[in-house]
Design a protein around this ligand. Structure first.
Ligand code: GRF
Length: 209
């Protein structure tokens, strides 16, 4: 079966990336990760790609200022024929040019139930700190299409988890992360089926309805 070429943008440890790599390896999704790119040289996610023989690039922000950065990303992504872009803990804002190049084919995993606890300044542990401070009894994770806003594109999948009274940021983050891995792989699988359908002359031209 045709495999959709995926490019993954990362900034951190890469456990979400790893869940996608494992799913591809096991044939759970009709996809292959052909490229992993980070804006941070020390991102362990790059090491995860390297171990699996996947092209992994650190693109140095100091060498590509402003719009040049995403132009370099687009150059590399075109080089590898990437059809689906996955943001897995990527902490840079994408340029309008990049979003247009991959319109409706960029997905992001966010560690809350959007539209709660998202937008500017809500990333990583900050999300879970805000959830605990608010006193809500449930949170979760969301996979959404990336548009020009921050965490504002169409929602593809969500799953909730309970917030327990003795939760710390670490215990809550761990519970949410397990759900992130699950729904990210599910969303990648669904997007790839749509893109394969498009490739076979179907009428799906994106990851969203
Ligand atoms: C995750 O919490 C994800 O929701 C957020 O950044 C973190 C990345 O974790 N976007 P990892 O690098 O995938 O382990």
């Amino acid at each position: 079966m045709h495999k959709v070429k995926i490019g993954v943008l990362v900034s951190g440890g890469g456990t979400n990336l790893q869940s996608v790599l494992d799913a591809c390896e096991k044939g759970e999704v009709s996809a292959e990760v052909v490229l992993v790119v980070s804006n941070r040289r020390e991102a362990y996610a790059l090491e995860r790609a390297k171990k699996m023989g996947i092209r992994n690039e650190y693109v140095d922000p100091s060498k590509f200022p402003g719009e040049e950065y995403d132009k370099e990303l687009m150059r590399i992504f075109r080089e590898e024929g990437v059809k689906l872009v996955v943001l897995a803990g990527y902490l840079r804002v994408l340029s309008p040019g990049f979003i247009e190049e991959f319109r409706n084919r960029i997905i992001n995993i966010h560690p809350s139930l959007i539209p709660d606890f998202c937008g500017k300044g809500y990333y990583g542990e900050r999300v879970h700190k805000a959830v605990l401070k608010s006193g809500v009894k449930k949170t979760g994770a969301t996979v959404h299409i990336v548009d020009e806003g921050t965490d504002t594109g169409p929602i593809l999948l969500q799953e909730s988890v309970p917030v327990l009274k003795d939760d710390t940021v670490e215990t809550l983050q761990r519970r949410v992360l397990a759900v992130e891995h699950k729904i990210l792989v599910k969303a990648v699988g669904e997007c790839c089926l749509r893109l394969v359908n498009e490739n076979n002359g179907g009428n799906d031209e994106a990851c969203t309805d």
